[in-house]
Design a protein around this ligand. Structure first.
Ligand code: NCD
Length: 335
């Protein structure tokens, strides 16, 4: 796997082979975390969050610390020199002098993409506005693999705010690369998946606005929160609030082996009574995210503690042989 020194800006930056290797490394780490506990000794990760976050920030923190590395940074730009008028460009250049890898979340779409051009250490996009959330996609892929043992031939329902929800934007583009997947997009009319995303998908896309009707066909139901903070007006949010609430009642229609995913945080879209259903895997998904972020940090830093590829890696059949054409902005291959 040649991820050393690369940035991760879009969910499609990595090839199918690279994704497979990351999943297998995350799996190896989850089976024996102690083996990796000193792997990043002496390495520093900078965590720059210009937008609120609990899971992503803390799971990156936990990931680096579990690898024996240290973390610097801020979770609130008000306490950084931003409030003294420093440009974000200068902050990022300065922070690069102190660290080996930077994780950044920013409310403006494509801001991490622009900033990545200023630095040579790896920069990880931890969410840029409503655009992308590539590391959530990695967590989602590992979760799907854990429960389904494949990433192809799956019927996936995406439900909720498909307009502003960046986790769906990132995940659907990657799942589209695997053979035989179909997507059911369940949303109110005003929160549909943007056309510019749909037009590039090769897989079948079914659009609907009723959850119960589609439940029985799905292998995966990916629920999302209505993204209150991204609505232009409070009234528009009020019109969509509480539109979908998955309850125990609706779970009766779901397949026995379906899984219910959610990137979290949840507001009211999944009733707490669903949590005890064995098909509800969203907290396991959060745990998977931490192991996947450990795998990502190790790989971008080029710390190859193991080359761990299991024979059953054959399950990952790409839709296209795209292993060379989908590298990100910085596609130089380093050993
Ligand atoms: C998601 C995000 O930030 O986009 N959360 C996360 O990182 N797990 C989903 C959300 O905020 O709804």
């Amino acid at each position: 796997m040649y991820l050393k020194g690369r940035h991760l800006l879009n969910s499609t930056d990595f090839s199918i082979d690279e994704l497979s290797s990351l999943i297998h490394l995350a799996e190896a780490i989850s089976e024996n975390p102690a083996y990796y506990s000193e792997s990043c000794k002496g390495q520093v990760m900078a965590s720059l969050f210009y937008e609120p976050s609990t899971r992503t920030r803390l799971s990156f923190d936990a990931a680096m610390k579990r690898l024996g590395g240290t973390v610097i940074g801020f979770s609130d730009p008000v306490i950084s020199s931003h409030s003294k008028g420093e440009s974000i460009e200068d902050t990022v250049r300065t922070v690069e002098c102190y660290s080996d890898i930077i994780v950044m979340r920013h409310p403006e779409p494509f801001k991490p993409h622009k900033l990545s051009k200023l630095i040579s250490n790896p920069l990880i996009n931890a969410g840029d506005g409503s655009n992308q959330h590539p590391t959530q996609t990695l967590a989602d892929l590992f979760t799907i693999y854990m429960y389904k043992k494949r990433l192809s031939n799956l019927k996936i329902g995406f439900c909720g705010d498909l307009k502003y929800g960046r986790t769906v934007h990132s995940l659907i583009k990657v799942m589209d690369r695997y053979e035989g997947n179909t997507f059911t997009c369940i949303s109110p009319d005003s929160l549909k998946l943007p056309e510019e995303i749909i037009k590039d998908l090769r897989s079948e896309v079914i659009k609907c606005n009723q959850l119960e009707k589609t439940m029985k066909d799905l292998d995966i139901l990916y629920m999302t929160r209505i993204q209150k903070e991204r609505f232009p007006t409070a009234q528009e949010y009020e019109n969509c609030k509480g539109y979908y609430i998955l309850t125990k009642e609706e779970m009766k229609y779901a397949k026995e082996d379906a899984i219910i995913m959610h990137p979290l945080p949840r507001v009211d879209e999944i009733h707490e009574s669903v949590d005890s259903d064995k098909r509800a895997v969203y907290f396991q998904q959060a745990r998977a995210g931490m192991y996947m972020r450990m795998a990502l940090i190790l790989s971008l830093l080029g710390i190859n503690k193991v080359q761990y590829v299991r024979p059953e890696s054959l399950w990952l059949e790409p839709f296209l042989d795209d292993s060379r054409q989908v590298l990100g902005d910085r596609c130089q291959v380093q050993g």
